[in-house]
Ligand binder design. Structure first.
Ligand code: NAD
Length: 497
């Protein structure tokens, strides 16, 4: 069986802890690989490699960094297919979706190629007589990233390209369920000329994560994953003196007003609820239908959902693949049963679904629940599967109150033809990313991605200007080149004139 190792100091390094985790092909249900789990000592070896590399990378010229990043961008572009295949083989998502993920990750590499523009700093001349003030931003040192299973390539690419462009060195701990794509990203970075030790990958579980959180030589941690773990990472990382941005889970609502184009809204609900089998932090999991909208909208969603083709991600005919594990699939299915018991109408029940020839795959058909209420578990929990709930409300005000009562605030969307209503929504809704007739409003690379409330712990959103800010610290330099007239004693606090 193939074993996925660590990547430390510019080369593959076999795990020595003796602990391994299984890597499944979700479409067949078979364990095809295993991944080494790092001990605290192995994490330390990666941090030492990164610390050593920082001595030269931290002071390398912007020209040197960007020449590597431009080469990296070309290599990633040339290896899109291969990376997408690795994603599909371990995550299960369909190939086109995996390619889309690589493309969105590439956006951040492209942003990183333009880092000189972002690090230009500020200069004020003559703030006082012959005194100039410069504000500059400098790298932090060794920084770490911990990433979730659902975007094996994109989420790591939200982090390390910008971090290393800013002059840091990086230790990445990818999800143990999908380790191969991140390993490939590190291999390609080396091929692009990234010096050894600038980007390291350690595989593992909580042991590796805790070693990162406690390591004195790691200055900052970026995390993306579920809310309970995000909260833990933020609390523990900051208690250990680190800068932390921890992005958590979500329950994204899509508000449909009576004047909306219901065909567009139904298409969008389908794409955003069932794409990637609902395993996206920006998936729409709740449709809030106002007034008379619910019946026709549900009819249109059902009509489309019934036609979706579910199958292995490497079959071009498949539109939706399997779920990540059997345990997760069973948990997702239990929400459908639970919702029925709690009084919801099950319009489509996707549990028990199977695909011929792939009977052991982690399959779940699409599910649609109507008359869901805020007390039900299907509404309260992040299901992270292909289950769409419809909550019926009478008015816009009732809808916004419901949505703002959610503990999460990642993404949200409104579907309407009324510009005034859309504007009111964008100002009133408590979420970090808002779509107007756009169901999955993931910001482009040169803006920043992040939610509110329990969807993000820390002050910085990820990538874009917030990302540059997170991976650098400010310094302000006040300069006066002396002139004989500048002398003299004055014990007062410096003020300018
Ligand atoms: P997860 O929280 O289980 O795991 C994320 C990372 O944390 C993994 O690397 C994992 O090894 C590590 N981890 C897991 N349990 C841990 C523990 N007890 N202690 C320390 N580390 C631990 O998340 P997941 O299941 O891999 O990913 C799905 C979740 O991620 C969903 O909740 C989804 O909404 C969220 N997500 C959020 C965003 C966002 O941008 N906000 C993006 C993608 C995914």
């Amino acid at each position: 069986m193939k074993t996925i190792s660590h990547w430390i100091g510019g080369k593959p390094v076999e795990g020595v802890s003796g602990n391994f985790g299984p890597v499944y092909n979700p479409a067949t249900g078979a364990q095809e690989k295993q991944v080494a789990f790092a001990s605290a000592d192995e994490v330390d070896a990666a941090v030492r490699a990164a610390k050593e590399a920082f001595k030269t990378w931290g002071t390398s010229s912007l020209a040197k960094r960007t020449s590597v990043l431009f080469k990296y961008r070309e290599l990633l572009d040339a290896h899109r297919e291969e990376i997408a295949q690795l994603i599909t083989a371990e995550h299960g998502k369909v190939h086109s979706d995996a390619l889309g993920e690589v493309a969105r990750g590439l956006e951040i590499v492209e942003l990183a190629c333009g880092i000189p523009e972002k690090l230009k700093g500020e200069l004020s001349t003559q703030v006082s007589t012959r005194v100039d003030v410069a504000a500059i931003r400098q790298s932090l040192g060794v920084v770490a990233g911990i990433t979730p299973f659902n975007f094996p390539a994109m989420v790591p690419m939200w982090m390390f390209p910008l971090a290393i462009a800013c002059g840091n060195t990086f230790v990445l701990k990818p999800s143990e369920k999908v380790p191969s794509a991140a390993f490939k990203l590190a291999e390609l970075a080396a091929e692009a000329g990234l010096p050894d030790g600038v980007l390291n990958v350690v595989n593992g579980d909580k042991v590796a994560v805790d070693a990162i959180l406690e390591h004195p030589d790691i200055a900052a941690v970026s995390f993306v994953g579920s809310t309970p773990i995000a909260r833990y990472i933020h609390t523990t990382g900051t208690a250990n003196g680190k800068r932390v941005q921890a992005l958590g889970g979500a329950k994204n609502h899509m508000l449909v007003l009576p004047d909306a184009d219901l065909d567009l809204a139904a298409d969008s609900a389908i794409n955003a609820a069932y794409g990637s089998a609902g395993e996206r932090c920006m998936a729409i999991s709740v449709v809030v239908a106002v007034g008379e909208t619910a019946d026709p909208l549900i009819g249109k969603i059902k009509e489309r959902a019934d036609k979706l083709r579910i199958g292995p991600g490497d079959d071009p005919a498949s539109e939706m693949g399997p779920l990540i594990t059997k345990v997760h699939r069973d948990k997702v299915a239990s929400y459908v049963t639970g919702a029925a018991a709690q009084g919801a109408d099950v319009v489509i029940d996707g549990s028990g679904y199977t695909v011929e020839g792939y009977e052991d795959g982690h399959w779940m058909g699409v599910s649609l629940l109507d008359h869901v209420t805020p007390e039900m578990d299907a509404y309260r929990d992040e299901i992270f599967g292909p289950v769409l709930s419809v909550v019926r409300v009478e008015t816009y005000d009732e809808a916004i109150a419901l949505m703002n009562n959610s503990p999460w605030g990642n993404g949200t969307a409104i579907f309407t033809r009324d510009g005034g209503a859309a504007r009111r929504f964008q100002m009133e809704v408590e979420a970090g990313m808002v779509g107007v007739n756009v169901p999955i409003p993931v910001p482009v690379g040169y803006h920043s991605f992040g939610g509110w409330k329990d969807s993000l712990f820390g002050d910085h959103h990820i990538y874009g200007n917030d990302g540059v800010h997170f991976y650098t610290r400010g310094k302000v330099v006040t300069t006066r080149w002396p002139d004989p007239s500048d002398g003299g004693i004055n014990l007062g606090f410096p003020s300018h004139h």
